[in-house]
Design a protein around this ligand. Structure first.
Ligand SMILES: Nc1ncnc2c1ncn2[C@@H]1O[C@H](COP(=O)(O)OP(=O)(O)OP(=O)(O)O)[C@@H](O)[C@H]1O
Length: 564
């Protein structure tokens, strides 16, 4: 049933599973409904402005959730004929029978739509429509393809793809070939595939590539690969604008969206933006043109720009763990668990001073239990309120820290299902700054255990402080006295480096060795082929915003006039 303003583009009667349906293409939906007697449109097959009336069982798919449409070449006509071996002595009744299959003109077409499965996993579901004649069949495919090419849907036509054959369990080439490539072909998306030969290869290509010829850049790999693309794309924009990244310079947003086909060890960025690390789910988000903008941090050592980061930057326990795990890359993702156990037993703390600018205008905080879901209002508002940041004052904490970490997204992964910072937002222009003060192993274990559950209470411990910040810095100290001390100042305190004893930084899975860093968060600097994590408990998921009806959780179609 067409909604108000959702004009009918084309409609006719078609058969699905041998039952006649009235099928309607509107500007926003494809709808089919069991034909009521006497209301068949079989003879028309033509556009009409008259929407048909929906009833129980009517299916309603938003165009945005159509993955592809294709003609089916059915082999319908079967002509059995006898073997031509007439002169043989074989009795006729024993002679083999050959069957000739004569291809018919297409009389059916299939529409592949998004099917939601548990845990945010997406699959494709095929619905086949049978037509009276070839012409009608071809017209339907043309009309649906034309509707899908509407620029408003932002579906990519061409993608530059980097495959990291050494990331994660080294399965990226197979994942691409077996899962992603067939889907891209089905959706008629051109791909230029480059298998990387060394670290930094993708960034080198991005520096010179004709990026006008593609609609997006994709990596088949993990967080490290995504970060390489992120840095390559922003560097290229800065270079083209003749700018150098300094603490006072705003980085320029890349025009292209980035996609991640998860094939890394942690895949936290993919998890935090789609809800799962599933290659097919990510490929479908790309094909249908999903888009979500995420915050990016620029990181400096003094005034010297180091790199951009979009997920985690952590010192102490997490830095030491990464450094140790890099020596055991051959173990694959298990290396993090081994290194994590070693560093947990070491229970080492580092002295330092953290200064930060609280996000004073934000009505949110890292413990507010407000998840950033698809279509998040807080992120939507932040895009427009960046000018009203207010006179944020600087605060300083000095002490001995087991870990200092900032999360620019929740950083979900397999071992932390809602993430180490569960209420962090993808695009609100802030990071959650976590300070874990020196504590016993048992105390730290309590925090780590809580991170692995879905309770979201990992910050409710006396040795943990957490702040939502727009800018922050860390400097190594050696002369810390007494307990951690929180002070407020109008400007960042001077930073001095005197201590030789320090950890390294874990920046999205890559090591930064300079201990004293300054970090700024940039709101929604880059867009991903993703839509954020859908709130599956909501009675009307975000994706159904245009629909007044309820989704069928089984097959994801909307049912009109009576809920299935
Ligand atoms: N051919 C290659 N040989 C060696 N290193 C590579 C190659 N291609 C890319 N890299 C580098 O490998 C690093 C890690 O890759 P990636 O993120 O894909 O895997 P991972 O580290 O196992 O996963 P995660 O980052 O999710 O933990 C990236 O920083 C990238 O620069």
């Amino acid at each position: 049933m067409a909604e108000c303003g959702d004009d009918v583009v084309f409609q006719s009667s078609l058969d699905i599973n041998k039952k006649t349906h009235q099928v309607q293409l509107t500007r926003r939906h494809l709808t089919w409904d069991l034909a009521s007697p006497g209301k068949s449109l079989r003879q028309t097959g033509s556009p009409s402005s008259q929407p048909f009336i929906g009833h129980s069982g009517c299916k309603h798919v938003p165009l945005q959730e159509i993955i592809a449409v294709n003609l089916e070449r059915s082999l319908g006509k079967v002509s059995p004929f006898k073997s031509a071996k007439k002169n043989t002595s074989t009795p006729l009744k024993e002679s083999p029978i050959y069957i000739e299959l004569q291809p018919l003109h297409p009389v059916s077409f299939s529409v592949h739509v998004v099917k939601r499965c548990p845990n945010h996993k997406w699959k494709k579901k095929k619905v086949t429509f049978f037509c009276q004649g070839e012409n009608l069949c071809r017209t339907w495919v043309e009309k649906i393809e034309e509707a899908l090419s509407n620029p408003a849907l932002k579906r990519p036509r061409s993608l530059l793809v980097f495959i990291n054959p050494f990331g994660g369990k080294r399965r990226a080439p197979r994942v691409f070939e077996e899962t992603v490539s067939p889907l891209m072909e089905l959706a008629k998306i051109r791909t230029h595939v480059i298998t990387t030969t060394h670290a930094g290869h993708a960034k080198e290509v991005i520096t010179k590539y004709d990026l006008q010829s593609v609609d997006g850049v994709v990596c088949v790999g993990g967080d490290g690969m995504f970060t390489e693309l992120l840095n390559g794309l922003i560097d290229r924009k800065m270079l083209e604008a003749g700018k150098i990244q300094t603490p006072s310079e705003q980085p320029i947003s890349p025009d292209l969206r980035v996609g991640i086909i998860p094939a890394g060890s942690t895949d936290a960025i993919c998890f935090s933006t789609t809800g799962i690390n599933d290659p097919m789910t990510s490929a479908i988000h790309m094909i249908i043109g999903d888009s979500t903008a995420i915050d990016v941090c620029s990181i400096y050592s003094g005034d010297q720009f180091l790199r951009y980061s979009s997920s985690m930057l952590a010192y102490g326990y997490y830095g030491d763990m990464l450094k140790d795990s890099e020596n055991n890359r051959w173990m694959g993702p298990k290396r993090y668990q081994v290194a994590g156990a070693k560093k947990f037993l070491a229970n080492k703390s580092y002295e330092g001073e953290v200064s930060f600018k609280l996000a004073s205008s934000a009505d949110t905080n890292p413990k507010d239990k407000m998840m950033c879901n698809s279509g998040c209002n807080i992120c939507a508002m932040s895009q427009f309120s960046q000018e009203e940041k207010g006179p944020d004052s600087w605060h300083t904490v000095r002490g001995k820290f087991l870990a200092v970490a900032s999360f620019t997204m929740s950083c979900r992964c397999l071992i932390s299902p809602i993430g180490p910072s569960p209420y962090c937002h993808l695009g609100d222009g802030t990071s959650d700054l976590l300070l874990i003060q020196q504590c016993s192993r048992i105390q730290f274990l309590r925090h780590l255990y809580r991170c692995s559950t879905t309770n979201g209470n990992q910050f409710d411990l006396p040795f943990i402080k957490v702040f939502r910040v727009r800018e922050w810095s860390f400097s190594v100290q050696t002369d810390t006295e007494g307990d951690t001390d929180l002070q407020s100042q109008p400007s960042p305190p001077p930073r001095e480096s005197r201590a030789p004893t320090h950890s390294v930084w874990n920046c999205d899975g890559e090591i930064i060795t300079s201990p004293n860093l300054n970090i700024r968060v940039h709101c929604q600097l880059i867009s991903l082929f993703a839509r954020g994590i859908e709130d599956m408990e909501s009675p009307t998921p975000q994706s159904c915003a245009s629909c007044c009806n309820v989704c069928d959780p089984e097959d994801n179609y909307k049912s009109i006039g009576g809920h299935t």
